[in-house]
Design a protein around this ligand. Structure first.
Ligand code: DC
Length: 235
């Protein structure tokens, strides 16, 4: 099913709408790379926390200091897009795929992703990754800012309750946390992600809206793959 030209499919939506699971499955079906842009924001947030904790000084919101730090940082995805590693200067590359999902990182990532220079640099990196290959990208601004001229755009959403339920089910570390608390945390992130001044979460006018409440993963994936059928070689 691999497309015969470079294609970019972009999927945006709020936290817990199922974007990663859906994007990963669609990428597999199309035989192209899964580009998890949220993992890049999480990796930067992780590196900034690490730097502050090592006593190397917090950067706060000082854009010049953050830019200088980001220039020393290399983010690399594994070939399948599933793992991400961080390297500072010529130090060892560290696989942070698990650590970037911890509540410690989740609690600060919205703030980090609201810093304009962070967005500018990661947007450029995301565009560079997709410059040479086909991708299914997912995030908050992939349909509006990163790939405004991509081949297909989707906006995935679901009710807050459903999103909290899914998040709790997929994260064992949230077992002891109540559904209400998970929903509250998601609502706070939604609010921050959609009201920030740079690249806020919003639906592109040419995106296909899919409300995944009550739909199975397979149903959503099928729907997207069907919409992408024209991009694929006739079988
Ligand atoms: O999808 P996620 O939960 O892994 O994303 C982590 C955070 O990164 C989320 O709070 C919003 C931010 N993000 C963003 O601002 N822009 C993107 N393209 C992807 C994620």
């Amino acid at each position: 099913m691999t497309p015969n030209r470079r294609i970019v499919v972009a999927i945006d939506g709020p936290s817990g709408a199922g974007k990663s699971t859906v994007a990963r499955a669609v990428a597999k079906r199309l035989g192209i790379l899964f580009l998890d842009t949220g993992a890049m924001y999480r990796a930067v947030a992780w590196a900034m926390l690490e730097q502050a904790e090592l006593g190397k000084g917090g950067m706060g919101t000082d854009e010049a200091a953050i830019a200088a730090f980001l220039r020393r940082l290399r983010l690399r995805f594994s070939e399948d897009g599933e793992r991400i590693s961080v390297q500072l200067d010529s130090g060892p590359a560290r696989d942070v795929s698990a650590e970037i999902r911890t509540p410690r990182v989740t609690s600060v990532v919205s703030q980090v992703s609201a810093v304009p220079i962070v967005r500018e640099m990661l947007t450029r990196e995301q565009q560079a990754i997709a410059a040479g290959r086909s991708v299914v990208a997912e995030g908050r601004d992939t349909t509006t800012v990163v790939f405004p001229h991509c081949d297909r755009k989707f906006f995935l959403t679901a009710s807050l309750e459903e999103r909290a339920r899914r998040r709790k089910a997929e994260r064992p570390e949230l077992e002891a946390v109540s559904l209400q608390e998970v929903a509250d945390e998601i609502a706070v992130r939604d609010e921050r992600d959609s009201t920030r001044s740079v690249a806020p979460l919003r639906m592109a006018s040419d995106a296909v809206l899919i409300d995944t409440t009550g739909l199975s993963l397979d149903e959503v994936v099928e729907r997207i793959v069907r919409e992408c059928a024209e991009l694929l070689p006739a079988s």
